[in-house]
Design a protein around this ligand. Sequence first.
Ligand code: DGL
Length: 270
Amino acid sequence: MLNPAAMAASIGVYDSGVGGLSVLRALKAKLPGESFIYVADCGHAPYGDRSASFVESRARDITGFLNRRGAKALVIACNTASVVAVQRLRERYTLPIVAMEPAIKPATQVSRSRVVLVLATSNTIRSSSVARLCSTHGVHTRIILQACPGLADQVERGRFHDELTRQLLESYLRPGLDAGADTIVLGCTHYAFLIEEIAKIAGAATTIVEPSEAIASQLSRVLPASPVPVPRQVATTTFFTSGPPHELAAFLDFIREPSAQVHALPAGGG
Ligand code: DGL
């Protein structure tokens, strides 16, 4: 049963699907007193090869949904939606918005070989944000951009360790590793669930840059700017999905995320 009072002054978190749950974990760990509303657009995932106008319209609808429910801040826990839509969302909404982009800058700071491999969706790889990051931070470091079609689908299905996942990872990682990459940027939140398999292929000497904690720190910095800054006494997390709620509930169970409340996202973003 929905409790609007409990949902007001929550922090909205949004992804094309289950990938942003990797970010939600870090947000909850950093801000245990806060309540969250997580929206998984599973009915339309993956976003990686969708048109920019489609991704933007989903981001607009879902941000509108969270805004109408009184969210005091929004975390776009999706690189693809962030690079496509954040500018327009910030023009339209006054709530603080934390967005993501591949952590290329920190990766170039830790790479000793000066070769960095970025894994992300096709939309993120060809975005102007990534082009800007490469021209700013790619002067002394070679940045190899690798689009990973099919990988987010595997995560949506909970297939973190199956043969196809391993084959896809091998094919996406090998060229960059052979070119000397010692640092891998996870530029899609879904890939955080594949970190073990990535580490097996890349080896212990490789650094994997996963940005959830940095996003949580960024959220805690922007929260005081929110018009409703007081944390709720009883922190809750409410889930909405544009796919079948029982599928998201099963995924939450699979990753051991407490999932008391999973609801259908109203059509059109509510
Ligand atoms: N999790 C998303 C990202 O960070 C998108 C994955 C997808 O829907 O293709 O880019």
